[in-house]
Design a binder for this molecule. Structure first.
Ligand code: WTA
Length: 661
């Protein structure tokens, strides 16, 4: 495409972005946050912040009520620190006292069509039993338990069981390899692992327990116990003295379990996410501030009511699954749908069949999924009743206006507001999002910060940029659900988020704010890439490649991809003495090496063998050049974000100046 045509395309879609979607009167009338309530919240947050935050946290059930709201500031703000509570009690026990006792907490469908329902009362029993099993095996408050499970009810039970006894769970996504699992178990120093004999994915079985066996055989001396959920019935061997079947263990213990009161600042979980170095970082979230904010934002953004059936399609291996499958919705006593498998199995209408069968009212998914649905065509949703839907959400990546419009018109029949929610593993909960009964939405913008959240766009020296100009997105005031640290690496926590620009939290995203205060998030400015809404560190993939005996050096960059947002492009130089009799075989080996070390989600879409990598005089790889190269091989698709890409490149260049880190 010529330059003029590209520019025209960009301008055209920029104009398109100016379409506005005000909330319907009908929605606004019943919304949890209506315009009057919004005004009140924002005013209170600005004028009496302590009272505002106390009101947010006051929605939880505290064992010992807090008297102090916030102490200190970035990077060490502490919230509600003299209060105590238990997260599992908040998500389960407190709903037993009233009409929610026999309400469905979890509706579950396996990929193979199995189904289960757990009421709050049943969830309570399961969580209590699982907590008793852990306690009996000597798992104490503060101990780490790794969960490596398919998306089955037991996964939620296991998380809440840990929370009940104050153990810190660390969920590892089932798509990660044995090597990646081992690394996370070892870093967390976990004493127990909860897994399953397998999980279904696109008709196949993911060998979860076999991966655990490999991981543990490679040195995770801290692990004493492995609990195995029976899911597929595949034959497997249990290691004497270490492994037990979940169902047998649960059957042998009492069905009530005294919960442990936790201090608000005690850790609730660790969740590993990718950063800019080779090692994944264990993001630590605390109990009180985290739970308070995810519960509040679930109420504000998803507008959940007792008659809703809510479906967030994220896996519990990601932060979205923690905050908006488990903790937020269950804290509100909602009915949550869980689906184990792939959206296109056995057919491309699976998601819409689920929506119709369970009469889903609120659906929260990722732009990648929406782009796939778009590609598969409108006939699939058209086959199913979607009239139950009343609100749609997206998360994880910038959503292109085309996908937004398709979601709105085809999936929502133009009736449902869309909440494009911006947030991160580190932020714990949603920070920038429309309020569905209040905010006029514009396709492609996450709109404005929620009440209590303050943002700014700055340059690399920390100065505010001109309005409308691209820059680094920072959060300027503490909020309760910010991560409390990186497990075992205080220095990295300070370095990554708080050292480059003083006095604020650095998100790592590039963004601009328009004249109406709407935020346009463009993507990462650091060496983190976002494939299908999953964060991957380029350095992690590079170190997987360099571990191959033939490889001298590797550089990995993200390249635009029409379905997955970004895809992994790798440039590899081989050691001088390496002969390559079969190039394709070598490329396959390199690709498999990445899958082996990290998981299939990190598989490169292209690997280029090169003589050398372009470097600055100080020896830094010139990633911008590689990104251009990688993108040049792509067919030009959507041009709407071309302008943003140019800004992003400039920001990245600033980040990549020699000596900038
Ligand atoms: C990106 C996922 C644009 C962003 C909850 C962020 C988004 C990273 C949006 C965090 C959005 C998330 N619009 N970009 N609505 N939501 N992102 O930690 O780059 O897996 O930094 O958390 O996803 O990814 P993470």
């Amino acid at each position: 495409m010529g330059k003029d045509a590209a520019q025209e395309g960009a301008i055209e879609s920029h104009l398109q972005e100016q379409r506005r979607f005000p909330p319907s009167a009908a929605f606004a009338q019943r919304a949890a946050v209506d315009p009057a309530q919004e005004t009140r919240l924002r005013r209170r947050a600005a004028e009496e912040p302590d009272a505002f935050w106390a009101e947010v946290a006051g929605q939880l059930q505290w064992d010992r009520p807090f008297r102090r709201v916030r102490e200190g500031t970035f990077p060490d703000a502490r919230w509600f620190a003299d209060g105590t509570l238990n997260a599992a009690v908040n998500c389960v026990d407190r709903h037993l006292q009233g009409p929610r006792r026999n309400k469905a907490a979890i509706l579950w469908e396996g990929e193979d069509g199995s189904r289960a329902t757990l009421t709050y009362l049943q969830l309570h029993e399961q969580v209590s039993r699982a907590a008793n099993v852990l306690r009996e095996r000597g798992v104490d408050a503060g101990d780490r338990v790794v969960l490596y499970l398919p998306l089955i009810p037991e996964a939620v039970v296991a998380m809440l069981a840990c929370a009940r006894i104050g153990a810190i769970h660390s969920v590892v996504f089932g798509g990660f390899s044995a090597t990646a699992l081992r690394e996370r178990i070892a870093d967390a120093g976990a004493v127990a692992v909860i897994t399953a004999d397998g999980g279904y994915r696109r008709g196949g079985v993911v060998p979860l327990k076999a991966n655990v066996d490999v991981a543990l055989s490679e040195g995770c001396p801290s692990v004493r116990d492995v609990l195995v959920v029976r899911r597929t019935g595949a034959p497997l061997s249990l290691v004497e003295g270490r492994d037990r079947w979940w169902h047998e263990a649960l059957a042998e213990v009492p069905r009530t379990c005294q919960p442990v009161s936790r201090n608000a600042e005690d850790p609730l979980f660790i969740l590993y996410t990718s950063g800019t170095t080779g090692r994944p970082k264990g993001i630590v979230h605390c109990t009180g501030g985290y739970l308070a904010w995810v519960a509040a934002t679930t109420a504000w953004v998803f507008d959940l009511r007792d008659d809703d059936t809510y479906w967030c399609t994220a896996d519990i291996g990601w932060i979205t699954g923690h905050s908006y499958v488990v903790y937020g919705p269950l804290a509100l006593g909602a009915t949550v749908l869980l689906y184990e498998g792939a959206p296109d199995f056995p057919d491309r209408d699976r998601v819409w069949g689920l929506v119709a069968r369970h009469q889903v009212t609120v659906l929260y998914t990722a732009p990648t999924a929406i782009r796939a649905f778009m590609k598969w065509g409108p006939a699939h949703p058209a086959r199913h009743d979607r009239s139950s839907l009343r609100l749609l959400g997206t998360v994880g990546e910038p959503i292109n206006p085309e996908a937004w419009s398709w979601y709105h018109s085809v999936i929502g029949n133009g009736r449902c507001p869309i909440v494009d929610t911006w947030w991160q593993t580190e932020t714990g909960g949603i920070l920038i999002s429309p309020l569905p009964g209040v905010t006029t939405t514009v396709p492609g913008s996450a709109t404005t910060p929620l009440p209590g959240i303050s943002t700014a766009i700055v340059d690399s020296a920390g100065r505010d940029v001109q309005q409308g100009e691209g820059g680094l997105l920072v959060i300027t005031q503490p909020w309760p659900s910010l991560a409390r640290g990186i497990w075992g690496d205080r220095e990295r926590f300070l370095q990554t988020y708080f050292s480059r620009i003083r006095g604020v939290y650095l998100t790592g995203d590039g963004a601009r704010i328009d004249a109406e205060g709407y935020h346009w998030v463009m993507g990462r400015v650091d060496d983190v890439i976002n494939v299908s809404g999953h964060r991957l560190g380029t350095a992690e993939i590079e170190s997987a490649l360099v571990a191959h005996p033939s490889v001298a050096e590797a550089a990995v960059v993200g390249t635009p991809h029409e379905l997955t947002g970004e895809a992994v492009a790798a440039f590899v130089t081989l050691k001088a003495d390496v002969e390559v009799p079969d190039r394709d075989a070598l490329l396959q080996e390199l690709s498999d090496q990445v899958v082996h070390q990290i998981g299939a989600l990190a598989r490169p879409c292209e690997i280029h063998l090169t003589e050398g990598l372009p470097k600055t005089r100080s020896g830094k790889i010139m990633r911008r050049l590689l990104r251009d190269l990688a993108a040049g091989r792509q067919v030009q698709g959507d041009t709407s974000t071309l302008e943003d890409r140019a800004v992003l490149e400039r920001l990245r260049e600033q980040e990549e100046r020699p000596g900038s880190d």
